[in-house]
Design a protein around this ligand. Structure first.
Ligand code: OGA
Ligand code: NI
Length: 308
């Protein structure tokens, strides 16, 4: 059951015509059901992933006084944040190293992608930049497969992402959380797609399925890909932006854990509207035209206003 719900899809034949059609078919099916799949044969260099995880873990395990120098200064998500709960996080936007002036032009909303990045040191910054570039390439490839799966021109999405505002986020989950504490509460992702490297077979990521939670089977060396809200809008609700959460696996509760999702977010001013009349609206489906900036500022307000 879970195997079909979150299928493992081999991308290695994506550059041949026959391979591409089969892959797009499998991806389309997954996006209509769970909104989650794992990819192998993705072509992302293992060395890069390893240095990314090593460098990032190194940061989280620094002495407190050193970490503190990279603390978030109150706006946006950049740098080190402790949102409360069983984890802390470090984040950077791909736009966060543009000049103040260029960032100021990324929309009229107080969006997190308009805020400058904070970097602990040069090695860390270089490694994150390289990883962002690799995740951008992989995500763009997957968007082209999405386009094929939807019977669109493979390049349909290209001009919606040529100034993308994507976010790279490292979650550092503390060891020994309170019993029953979720590492991450149930939520949907807000962007178009999310890619998350799977380091080992410990698992913990779960996807809502009716009243149940189904585990995403961990495939070491793969990336878990899931659809976010914007992709659900784009497809008129035919594809699912599925609720997911992270639990602490029993055997893992004494260890800390790191996860580094990349949220592929379109241009701030890309207008998202259903591309064709598709499925009847789901309760959450949003079928009116919305720009990426509007959607994120709406989500920021509704998510964080109530709790502050
Ligand atoms: C997220 C998320 C999963 C994980 O940050 O949106 O779902 O395993 N993370 O940390
Ligand atoms: Ni998520």
């Amino acid at each position: 059951m879970t195997d079909d719900f979150v299928p493992v899809i081999d991308l290695s034949a994506r550059n041949t015509e026959a391979g591409r059609a089969a892959i797009a078919g499998a991806i389309g099916k997954a996006c209509e059901t769970s909104g989650f799949f794992s990819v192998v044969g993705h072509g992302v260099a293992r060395d890069l992933v390893e240095s990314m995880y090593t460098t990032t873990k190194g940061f989280f395990t620094l002495p407190e006084t050193e970490k503190e120098r990279s603390a978030n200064r109150g706006t946006g998500v950049s740098g080190l944040r402790r949102p409360g709960g069983p984890y802390e996080a470090f984040a950077a936007h791909v736009t966060g190293d543009l000049s103040d002036e260029e960032r100021g032009r990324l929309g009229d909303y107080p969006a997190t992608w308009k805020v400058a990045n904070i970097w602990p040191d040069d090695t860390f910054r270089t490694t994150w930049h390289r990883y962002m570039a690799a995740m951008t390439d992989l995500s763009a490839d997957i968007m082209r497969l999405f386009a094929s799966a939807l019977d669109l021109d493979p390049n349909f999405f290209d001009d919606k992402f040529d100034r993308h505002v994507s976010l790279l986020l490292a979650n550092y989950y503390y060891p020994r959380p309170a019993p029953d504490a979720l590492r991450r509460e149930a939520h949907t992702d807000w962007g178009s797609l999310t890619v998350l490297y799977v380091e080992d077979d410990l698992g913990g990521l779960q996807v809502a399925h009716g009243d149940d939670w189904l585990a995403v089977p961990p495939v070491p060396g793969s990336f878990v890909v899931n659809i976010g809200d914007l992709m659900a809008f784009w497809t008129g609700g035919r594809w699912a932006s599925t609720v997911h959460r992270v639990v602490t696996p029993e055997q893992d509760s004494t260890r800390s854990r790191i996860s580094i999702p990349f949220f592929y977010l379109p241009n701030h001013d890309a207008s998202i509207e259903p591309m064709q009349p598709l499925a009847p609206a789901q309760p959450e489906a949003h079928l009116e035209r919305v720009t990426v900036g509007q959607w994120f500022s709406h989500k920021m307000q509704t998510t964080y206003q109530a709790s502050s």
